[in-house]
Design a binder for this molecule. Structure first.
Ligand SMILES: Nc1ncnc2c1ncn2[C@@H]1O[C@H](COP(=O)(O)OP(=O)(O)OP(=O)(O)O)[C@@H](O)[C@H]1O
Ligand SMILES: [Mg+2]
Length: 290
């Protein structure tokens, strides 16, 4: 059955995009699953990593997907660019792009269109944004073409993050082991609980894990991790393997000809080793426990 992971936390810079990349590549390169990467963040960092985006001439610094290689200008009067944002505007089909990696396809962000979706009025938000991604993911074509969908969300609790949470079967909360970051975890636990109350037994939302990211060998980080591993509200969710603070994660995000995956580093590279065990722990929870 298709699994859908949303990486979410309203706090910025915790590692949502990094973890979205790690899980996509672990699933595609190591587990050989067919992965669809979906970028709901107007910052477009997840898309930018897998695809050469273009600057939007209409906005200051916004990103747009390139013209799709399958676009036929004679048959389709549209602009030939396909973004996940299109699902919030009705009518248009969306066409994923191949990425630099075999087995990973990407539905990229469109900065302005996603920002507009995030700003939809309260009366319209459920109908126009919250439910749209779930509807898209439920299409037979999507279910048949992929084993796993990875959704990256913006740093907010806004409509796009809610759409991601409503569409997912599994939620991952990446977090630094710092005071403000831990507050973000509680905010997300609340959203997960609210969503789980309204799910049906055949369509549960499982919180797979809180993944400690950018961990340094300092007592502050260790003590937050220990605390989360003990207290009732989080102990079942904490992923026992942590991702440390390492320069290589930033370096891997700067692509040259094409990005290099952490799973293409030497097998004994410490980053590859820690990512392999952390991603395995998450994927085992998802694929073995349902
Ligand atoms: N374990 C790590 N070690 C070192 N740098 C990291 C690590 N994890 C993430 N970073 C860096 O920290 C920055 C923020 O990470 P990332 O983009 O994954 O966070 P985010 O939660 O997606 O941010 P945003 O909320 O802006 O979308 C990036 O520059 C990334 O390269
Ligand atoms: Mg991000």
């Amino acid at each position: 059955m298709l699994k859908v992971i949303a990486n979410a936390t309203n706090k910025g810079g915790e590692g949502k995009t990094t973890v979205s990349i790690l899980l996509s590549e672990y699933a595609a390169l190591v587990m050989k699953k067919r992965v669809l990467a979906i970028d709901l963040d107007p910052q477009a960092n997840f898309s930018k990593y897998y695809l050469n985006l273009e600057y939007d001439p209409a906005t200051n610094g916004g990103k747009i997907p390139p013209i799709h290689h399958d676009h036929n200008a004679e048959e389709d009067p549209g602009d030939g660019r396909s973004s996940i944002a299109d699902i919030f505007y009705g009518g248009q089909g969306v066409t994923p792009y191949p990425s630099f990696f075999e087995n990973i396809e990407i539905l990229p962000a469109h900065s302005q269109r996603l920002q507009d979706a995030e700003a939809v009025t309260k009366q319209d938000v459920v109908e126009k944004v919250h439910l749209r991604l779930k509807e898209f993911i439920s299409l037979d074509e999507v279910k048949q073409n992929y084993d796993l969908i990875i959704i990256d969300t913006p740093p907010s609790k806004g409509p796009l993050t809610i759409a991601g949470i409503k569409a997912c079967s599994h939620m991952v909360i990446p977090s630094q082991m710092e005071e403000d970051s831990i507050d973000g975890i509680y905010g997300m636990l609340q959203l997960w609980k609210q969503e789980s109350y309204i799910r049906t037994p055949d369509d549960p939302i499982t919180l797979v894990g809180i993944l400690a990211n950018r961990v340094r060998n300092v007592s502050l980080h260790e003590s937050f991790f220990e605390q989360l591993s003990k207290i009732d509200s989080t102990k079942d969710f904490i992923i026992s393997h942590k991702i440390k603070e390492r320069v290589i994660y930033g370096e891997l995000r700067v692509k040259e000809d094409r990005p290099k995956s952490v799973f293409e580093l030497a097998v004994d590279h410490p980053a590859r080793v820690e990512c392999s065990v952390a991603c395995k722990e998450i994927m085992d929870r998802i694929f073995q426990n349902g």
